[in-house]
Write a protein of this length. Structure first.
Lengths: 303, 333
């Protein structure tokens, strides 16, 4: 039982980690806790659903399952478009709301509040468009493969884990090895100073939104693939996302992924030991414990 | 007909005024101190549940049923919410500003979860019923019943309003605003920002708990579904529209936003066929969300903005002259 809980925890943790990377990036560079980040997950998942169904309508062969997976080629194609569209949505929100507040010199907490308003608007809009009924990318059933040691996982779940690992390594390399990544870290250190040495701060902010929203979209599609798609999925994941971002240390990408896995594993073990109805409290307990003992997080620097 | 209209009006105002109390509590935290609470629904729920457990008649189905007087329930609800606010504040206020927001969001989630799952204490998904209403003996004549209830609420709102106004105008309130505007300067004058913020957060939380308790006694039952994030959102919209920092604005905003909310809900139930109503209700939230963002962008002060007075003993027109004299004096070599 515990071995299976670890497997489930890793899969959930990979999704939480990807979402938390977006939160930690916006937090360290735009300097506010974005309560609308969960909604980017849900929007990503629904955009991919709409596109995938649209592609399947054009060509039914795209809906046929690929290899061992439950979905057809329509989903990966839709996912690529959905990442771009979710990024556009985030840029739009920045242009209409957050950017304007920044330009007016709004304080951090005004931005937090605006993100709270944006979150409710985006979530209710999804409810309006797609209703609260759960949706799925594919109706195909999958048989969990035995992995040895009592562990079982479906091919979809294994793909999710692999993709998350690849993405985390890619983002980490981007931040540490590329000129853009160095500029991003410079902006998160000191925005004015970075501007003075010739870094285009507005471009960096756009890149942060695109990256964060893209990762959120991928995490949302994964959650939709291995669980289900609901308008509230992002909202329900928001507390684990924040707990992971703070546990990992604000600004640290490896920290966010590691903490995401820790939160996911703790949730899965709590489900086994205490009961599924208390799952949502796990993230809160972790959050309180981190704030009490190590507010800078595992891999973060002291504020 | 007119009797029904008057008692409906009284009922509407009664509920609107319970929101006004929540709004006043939020105003202490946000308007006066700049502390962002995303878990209003959680603190309101704590007050409501504690009061329900204290005052309901004896029962086997959940904890409590102590059958205590309503006033004890209200005070108990306020104290419990203030205590939880204090603990959460003590944990996060010394850290970054938005950690408090995240933690209060967590409180709302956990309170909701406890209400659902701690069946021996909270009655689980069905909640607690048979919460005694004030003047229940008069329920036979709706007009007297609703008017008396409205009277009770007006008295409670007035009491909360007057004591908060007194607090705000006191030296304590001035320190709060000084900290909100410039923490370093206040610290240099020997004011411990963390302690004052914590006190304000606990007082605001207590007022929200009181609001939850009062609300529970007018609707007669508590259930987890009453305390969902949309409640937090409504209270925020009320405060922002009314004008944060201004207690009268908080009350005005509560009545106005609740009026618009019930009117649009009524319009939806008339205009849309039953199967489309859930969707239309989502659109209602979208519109309020857009309105909140628009107010933040276009009129951050709200309808009644904060009144900038140092002390009511200083006449604002008289104050200008000495200030100018000092300013011109300072410029002299």
């Amino acid at each position: 039982m515990i071995a299976q809980a670890i497997m489930d925890g890793l899969i959930a943790g990979a999704m939480i980690g990807l979402g938390a990377i977006g939160i930690t990036l916006t937090y360290s560079i735009l300097r506010f806790a974005n309560f609308a980040h969960g909604e980017l997950l849900s929007w990503g998942a629904y955009i991919a659903l709409a596109l995938s169904d649209g592609l399947g309508y054009l060509s039914a062969s795209l809906m046929l399952p690929v290899g061992p997976f439950s979905f057809g080629w329509s989903l990966p194609l839709a996912a690529i478009l959905a990442v771009a569209l979710t990024g556009t949505l985030a840029l739009l929100a920045d242009a209409l709301l957050f950017g304007r507040l920044r330009a007016k010199g709004g304080t951090i907490i005004i931005m937090v509040m605006a993100s709270f308003g944006a979150a409710l608007t985006l979530r209710s809009l999804l409810e309006f468009l797609f209703s609260t009924k759960p949706a799925y990318y594919s109706k195909a059933l999958q048989i969990a493969l035995p992995l040895g040691g009592e562990m079982r996982a479906t091919p979809d779940q294994l793909l999710t884990l692999g993709l998350a690992a690849v993405l985390v390594i890619a983002i980490h390399l981007l931040l540490t090895r590329s000129a853009t990544g160095r500029s991003m870290r410079a902006v998160s250190e000191n925005q004015q100073l970075a501007g003075i040495v010739g870094i285009d701060v507005r471009r960096i902010i756009r890149i942060v939104w695109l990256l964060g929203a893209g990762l959120a979209c991928v995490a949302g599609i994964m959650a939709g693939l291995v669980v289900q798609i609901r308008p509230h999925m992002g909202h329900d994941l928001l507390l684990p996302l924040f707990a992971a971002a703070i546990l990992g240390g604000i600004g640290s990408v490896p920290g966010a992924m590691l903490a995401g896995l820790i939160v996911g594993l703790s949730e899965a073990i709590a489900v086994q030991v205490i009961g599924a109805e208390w799952r949502a409290a796990v993230a809160f307990v972790i959050l309180v414990a981190v704030l009490l003992t190590r507010p800078q997080g595992l891999l973060g620097r002291a504020a | 007909m007119s009797v029904e209209l008057v008692s409906y009006g009284a009922f509407f105002l009664t509920i609107a005024l319970t929101y006004a109390i929540m709004c006043l509590g939020l105003n202490v935290q946000w308007g006066q101190t700049g502390l962002f609470n995303v878990g209003v629904a959680g603190f309101v729920a704590i007050g409501a549940y504690v009061s329900a457990i204290l005052t309901t008649p004896a029962t086997e189905s959940h904890l409590g049923g102590y059958g205590m007087p309503i006033v004890i329930g209200w005070l108990g609800g306020a104290l419990a919410a203030a205590l939880i606010s204090f603990l959460i504040g003590a944990l996060t206020i010394r850290l970054r500003a938005d950690y408090l927001a995240i933690a209060t969001f967590g409180v709302a989630v956990v309170v909701q979860l406890c209400a659902l799952n701690l069946e021996p204490v909270t009655g689980g998904p069905f909640g607690i019923g048979f919460i005694p209403r004030p003047f229940a003996g008069l329920a036979g004549s709706p007009l007297a019943f609703s008017l008396l209830n409205l009277g009770v609420l007006i008295a409670v709102v007035a009491a909360v309003y007057l004591s908060l106004e007194r607090l705000v105008r006191s030296p304590w309130g001035r320190v709060l605003r000084a900290i909100r505007e410039d923490e370093t300067a206040a610290f240099a004058l020997g004011k411990n920002a963390v302690r004052f913020r914590l006190q304000a957060f606990a007082i605001g939380g207590g007022v929200m708990g009181l609001a939850g308790a009062v609300h529970a006694h007018f609707i007669g039952f508590v259930a987890p579904d009453n305390y969902v994030p949309i409640l937090t959102f409504q209270v925020w919209a009320m405060l922002i529209v009314g004008g944060s920092g201004n207690n009268r604005g908080a009350i005005l905003g509560a009545v106005l936003v609740w009026g618009v909310w019930t009117a649009s809900a009524a319009a939806i139930s008339v205009l849309f066929p039953p199967e489309q109503q859930a969707r239309a209700a989502a659109l209602q939230i979208v519109m309020v969300g857009l309105a909140l963002c628009a107010v933040l962008l276009l009129r951050p002060r709200g309808l009644l903005g904060e009144v900038r007075v140092v002390s009511r003993y200083l006449d604002p027109s008289a104050r200008r002259f000495p200030a100018q004299e000092i300013a011109t004096d300072a410029r002299k070599p």
